[in-house]
Design a protein around this ligand. Sequence first.
Ligand SMILES: *[C@@H]1O[C@H](CO)[C@@H](O)[C@H](O)[C@H]1NC(C)=O
Length: 209
Amino acid sequence: MMSLKLIFAVLAIAVFVNSQEVSPPPPPAPTTQPPPPPSATTECDNPIDLAFIVDSSSSVGADNFQLIKDFVYEIINGLNISETETRVTLARYNNWVDSRFFFNTHFDKSAMLDAVSNMPYYGRGTKTAQALHVVTSHHLQKYNGWREGVDAYPTVVIVLTDGRTKDFQDLGRFSRALKAKATRVIAIGVGDGAYADELVTIATAPSSE
Ligand SMILES: *[C@@H]1O[C@H](CO)[C@@H](O)[C@H](O)[C@H]1NC(C)=O
């Protein structure tokens, strides 16, 4: 059974992978205690535009999907949500992408937390590349509340997936398009069999380029 402790451990690895432009931190030591709260809450005392992309495919499973929801809930709960502070958008996906809310849908934290809690689980299929594309082209838009070009509001994207996408052939280019708009993309592996190479593709440019 996947535990939150494991999610945090995987988060540390994904963040490590994504922070290569900065000087590389020491490799995460094996821990028996959960590390401190995820970086999205600790490094972002300043307001951000935060996008969640959440995999609800059947390989993730309903139990792990609940853990993902708990994780997203706790992150949002630790942020200052308002029109002038942090804004959050969320897309859930399996075979299709479901835009649950945009940056300008909920400026009220409790309404946003309700939206997370009420997010349904759908199995069947994993189209991660398509989900990245929908967020890039549709969520990261001024008309949907994205504060494009405002340096005070960096765009942070957190992708939670088991990395078993069916549209892997599109993952490279849609990841690049997302990273061209976002300040930082963090990929978090969920489940025992998360495919690390997909997380690396999402979080960093492919090493061949
Ligand atoms: C929330 O706002 C308070 C008061 O401005 C500030 O002290 C705190 O650091 C903020 N927390 C986050 C996570 O942004």
